[in-house]
Design a protein around this ligand. Structure first.
Ligand SMILES: C[S@@+](CC[C@H](N)C(=O)[O-])C[C@H]1O[C@@H](n2cnc3c(N)ncnc32)[C@H](O)[C@@H]1O
Length: 220
């Protein structure tokens, strides 16, 4: 019998169809450049595109570009994207991906550590997608909240990664970072947040989760 997560992915694909447009070509492009297979899976890409259609942001900020798969999912409608990537190779592959997708003129790829790049950016952004180093999520959040307009959205991937924040191992920086991040989402009066449990990543049959938070309108 097909194992449950794979069967569920097949079921969702049968319902909604396989990934469309340029994305399969972009995933092949990343494979050719030997980038790791850690782009958002199709169901998360679909969720990002759905959130963009729902909220119609004009200016989107992303932390963790890799090869541009999530960036392309975010570039619905006429939004523009600033995306931060610390790896030069990844940023170069992403530039090619955005060009292949015909989106290069709507994207700025900034190369550097998000913790030094974020304080240099000019607000406001309408939507932030966090998908870089999980242990650094609390730093990204603190630096990025002032960049997001009141009413804007913050989406963060992998916030329940393999149950690490639920069953933390002493000394595990990912577990510690995600526990701090999730606690801040729950407690920060500037935010109104939910965390949705998700299917695990492709290579590990385990739980994951995505956080969706709104910056409160009363935050100046
Ligand atoms: C999971 S991948 C991003 C996948 C991408 N969002 C997608 O779905 O197409 C994480 C990326 O974050 C980058 N990264 C890690 N730490 C970073 C940091 N401090 N600043 C900027 N980028 C970082 C890594 O080099 C890697 O390419």
């Amino acid at each position: 019998m097909t194992e449950p997560l794979e069967a569920t992915r097949h079921y969702l694909q049968a319902l909604f169809g396989a990934e469309e447009g340029i994305l399969p070509t972009i995933r092949q492009h990343l494979k050719r450049h030997k980038l790791p297979d850690i782009s958002v899976p199709p169901e998360v890409g679909r969720l990002l595109s759905f959130l963009v259609r729902l909220c119609q942001p004009q200016h989107i900020l992303e932390v963790g570009t890799l090869g541009g798969v999530s960036g392309i999912c975010l570039l619905q409608g006429d939004a523009d994207l600033v995306t931060i990537e610390k790896g030069e190779l990844q940023a170069a592959v992403a530039e090619e991906s955005f060009a292949l997708a015909g989106l290069a003129d709507r994207v700025e790829v900034l190369v550097g550590d998000a913790r030094t790049v974020l304080p240099t950016l000019t607000p406001p952004f309408d939507l932030l997608f966090l998908d870089a180093e999980k242990s650094e999520y609390p730093d990204y959040l603190e630096l990025a909240i002032p960049l997001i307009r009141p009413g804007g959205l913050i989406v963060a991937d992998n916030v329940l990664r393999r149950g690490k924040p639920v069953y933390p191992t002493p000394g595990d920086a990912t577990a510690t970072g995600l526990r701090r991040f999730n606690r801040q989402l729950a407690d920060d009066p500037r935010l109104d947040a939910v965390i949705l449990p998700l299917l695990g990543d492709y290579s590990f049959n385990s739980i994951d989760g995505i956080a969706i938070a709104r910056v409160n309108l009363s935050v100046a």
